[in-house]
Design a protein around this ligand. Sequence first.
Ligand SMILES: OC[C@H]1NNC[C@@H](O)[C@@H]1O
Length: 442
Amino acid sequence: MTIITRKDFPEYFTFGVATSSYQIEGATSADGRGPSIWDTFCREPGRISDGSSGDVACDHYHRWEEDLELISSLGVQAYRFSVAWPRVQPTGSGDINPLGLDFYERLVDGMLERGLDPYLTLYHWDLPQPLQDVGGWANRDTAYHFAEYARAVAERLGERVKSYATLNEPWCSSILSYQIGEHAPGLRNRKLALAAAHHLLLGHGEAVKVLREVVPGAAIGTVLNLNAITPATSSEQDAAAARFEDGAFNRWFLDPLLRGEYPADVWEAYGDDVPQVQPDDLETIRQPIDFLGVNYYSRSVVSADGQQQRPSDSSYTDMGWEVYPQGLSDLLLRLKADYTLPPIYITENGAAYKDTLEGSAVHDAERVAYLQTHLAEVASAVRQGVKVNGYFAWSLMDNFEWAHGYSKRFGLVYVDYGDQQRILKDSALWYRGLAGAKVPEL
Ligand SMILES: OC[C@H]1NNC[C@@H](O)[C@@H]1O
């Protein structure tokens, strides 16, 4: 296995860790926070594999100072976190809740005091429930409400926040949520899902306009989950299936954001389910961004019969995802070849494994290997000319893994949910050795 060191990365390269509000904060009714679609979803029987919710999670809302100390101890330069819209604007429109903004102001100031660069995500899936009551992202108005929420956050936090990402993984908050039904609000309607995807992208564009006005000195961008996609065999049928999957999963978001158009092949296949697009929408969506966040976990091996293939010579994480590091460099080189790109950040990369606490240690060798091999691919892509400015490990600590509840552990830090103790896994120690290393004299 390729052993990588800090000198494999450019001097300017940022190492960080990432989390999201609903997955770690808990305190779901504290200080004026309103209900989100995930609070609702978790109460619907059968939606969450272990019947849990984010009501307590990692209790980060109360333990944020301890957690900032933990992040700082990892030697990273940056912390990627998200703001809970329902804390800031409990109904999703109208009144702003100052106590909600107070929490994020404390958090951001706490980062700055510890020399951590705040990388903020405005929307990581916790939509205020009252907006869903009138259609959620399938309702075009939500895009405009999102821009006003972005204004409230940026006006309070300003350019103390180095980087503002509008969305996290719009494919998940539209297709997985409104068509596949695995995520909140748990609908199964492709027309609504494609409308939600369009309005998420429109909300991104409207929010970028607001952020350019309010925080012109901050970096502004968005975050997509993208897959490397491989046909199962060399047959034309499998190749066509892989092209379509690439179109529906990757290009459906990349093309509007970076080219101002939807992929024509996929648009045609969607027939009457395509979204209603107003004349100026795509110009709004395609505004220039300062960075593109890429979340990469695995690849898709696609066959014409629609079955996901599982190559027998690969290993798999606890999520059942193939460990395929080369897919990350393949993806980055493809993005460079096919698009005019802003700088890229790997805003999420990591793996769930069944971790075992042994005294006060977790020997997660598989996760160390996963991180090492994927970071080696990032270094390779950088050497080949892809402008990657940073990498955020998913996740800082074990947390609420959506429909899997607390049954999947992605953290570099183990969380004992019984007493909320945080315990550094071997992967945290390894990552500290890389991220915290002094940048070699060039
Ligand atoms: O499934 C692992 C992660 N993927 N991206 C979004 C995060 O919220 C997930 O926990």
